[in-house]
Structures are given as C-alpha cells and as structure tokens.
Design a protein around this ligand. Structure first.
Ligand SMILES: [Zn+2]
Ligand SMILES: [Zn+2]
Ligand SMILES: [Zn+2]
Length: 150
C-alpha cells in the first residue's frame, strides 16, 4: 500500500500531525498525502476517490471528520467557490492567510500579511467577536495564465 513517495513524505506529514497533537493514523496521513500531491483544491469526494486507490477501509464520513479537524487547526483551507480544500502552505505562521485561486488553471497560491489583521481585529472587537483565524480568497487569473492569454 505504501508508495515510495509516501515514505519520502512521511516525515513532514507525521511532523504536521505531531505539531497539532494529532495521532498519526493511516487515514489522516493519507488525507494529507493526497492534499500534498493535489496542488489544486480537492473536494471530500475527490479526496476519497484518490485514497481508495491505495486504501479501502475509509469512507466519506471519515473524510469529512478528518477535514473538519484539519480545518479547525488551520492545516487545511476551504475554498468557498469550488467547495474544495488545500493544504495550508504557511502552517504555523499566524497572521492573515490570503489564498490566490486561479480560475483558469486551478492553481492556488498563498501569502500572509500581519498588517491586514489589525483592522479586521478592530472590526471583530467592535462587534464583540473573538477571532481565531483570518482567511481570504482572491479569485482571478495567475501570472502564467495571463501570459498565455496575451
Ligand atoms: Zn494558510
Ligand atoms: Zn492559472
Ligand atoms: Zn486578517
């Protein structure tokens, strides 16, 4: 069941789980592996399909549970438009994470800004709201797709 790639990736994936006090189960490791390989946002169903190729004892309910936990911990980000999920590429960097999603090739990049959060925290505070994380998604066309279009 374990591919060479999984063995190479195992260190990082296990590290992510350890850092968040998550037990390293096969299902959790495989969800992370699929997201690492995925590059583009993947829905629950797409994640399940990819895992099923190697590991049969997993169902959609488990995928939902694992993703929910990962999202709570900031390990994955959800994309409201596609309904998919990507691995946070700035895990552990506290600040405002901005996803840049290309609507042509589906590529997602991520950047982080600490300044953005100040004003947002003020807005939250004014409304008696206690923020735990900040996330935006900017949808548009990436640099390489812009070049192809011209
Ligand atoms: Zn992030
Ligand atoms: Zn693109
Ligand atoms: Zn922010």
């Amino acid at each position: 069941m374990q591919s060479i790639f999984l063995l190479n990736m195992a260190i990082d994936i296990v590290k992510i789980l350890h850092r968040h006090d998550l037990r390293s189960t096969t299902a959790r490791r495989l969800v992370l592996k699929v997201l690492v390989d995925g590059k583009k946002p993947l829905t629950h169903k797409q994640i399940l399909q990819r895992i099923k190729e190697e590991y049969d004892s997993i169902n959609l309910v488990s995928i939902y549970r694992i993703i929910q936990k990962f999202e709570e911990l900031g390990i994955v980000h959800s994309h409201s438009r596609s309904g998919g999920f990507t691995l946070c590429s700035l895990i552990g960097d506290s600040g405002h994470h901005v996803l840049l999603s290309c609507e042509q090739c589906g590529k997602v990049e991520e950047c982080m800004d600490k300044e953005l959060c100040k004003k947002e925290n003020e807005i939250a505070k004014e409304n008696g709201f206690s923020p735990t994380s900040h996330l935006n998604e900017i949808i548009g066309v990436c640099e390489s797709c812009q070049l192809c279009n011209t």
